[in-house]
Design a protein around this ligand. Structure first.
Ligand SMILES: [Zn+2]
Length: 209
């Protein structure tokens, strides 16, 4: 079943008191961010691959990310699915490369126009709270699901923040993308590891120069 992951919210929050008790602790409100982060993680894993392969990562490496973001097994991911997801990831990189809300919106409008279906709501036959989809069916192939759910989440982030939803790591030796913080200081690197490496390199350049 492929749906936007549910994220538990603490007791005492404004969860709908009339909701099914089973669902009362769950909210889809924050799942947009979770879906956007899953997009970044998938774009990154899909760019990687074992050294002996030309076709990208093993399906299991992709499945690991899906699992980490709460997708339900079994995935039945094939090498062909991964190939299609790599094509989708290449398209989504343009959103992360956008440096303004305008640019991100133009890229997303292009992707939504060319690759997604109409907006519809799904509960996966009662298996989840109602939530939006723009893929063509609940059982859409993995590449279509990936591109559609990613476009939807990134579009909502542009709507919510009026800023580009993500960035590409500023390190020249890293291709990772990441979801930009909602507020606070501008983050330039995908990880602490990249930030540290670049800081050390800059220091060496100063010392050597
Ligand atoms: Zn990086």
């Amino acid at each position: 079943m492929r749906y936007i992951r549910l994220v538990p919210i603490p007791h005492g929050s404004d969860a709908d008191a009339d909701a099914d008790p089973h669902d009362a602790d769950w909210s889809t409100r924050h799942s947009v961010l979770s879906t956007a982060r899953r997009t970044a993680a998938l774009v990154n894993v899909l760019a990687a691959g074992p050294a002996d392969a030309v076709g990208g990562p093993a399906p299991e490496a992709v499945a690991e990310v899906l699992r980490a973001y709460g997708e339900k097994e079994p995935f039945d991911l094939t090498a062909r699915d991964v190939e299609g997801m790599r094509e989708a990831a290449a398209l989504l990189r343009d959103v992360f490369a956008a440096e303004s809300a305008d640019a991100a919106a133009h890229v997303l409008n292009r992707l939504l126009g060319a690759h997604t279906g109409r907006l519809r709501l799904s509960s996966h036959r009662g298996g989840s709270p109602w939530h939006p989809h723009v893929d063509r069916a609940d059982d859409a192939p993995w590449p279509e699901w990936f591109l559609a759910s990613s476009c939807l989440a990134l579009a909502v982030l542009v709507w919510d923040r009026q800023r580009p939803p993500g960035r590409t790591c500023a390190s020249g030796s890293c291709r990772n993308v990441f979801i930009a913080q909602g507020s606070g200081p501008e983050r330039r690197y995908c990880s602490r590891r990249c930030a540290t490496r670049e800081r050390v390199a800059a220091h060496r350049r100063r010392v050597d120069g």
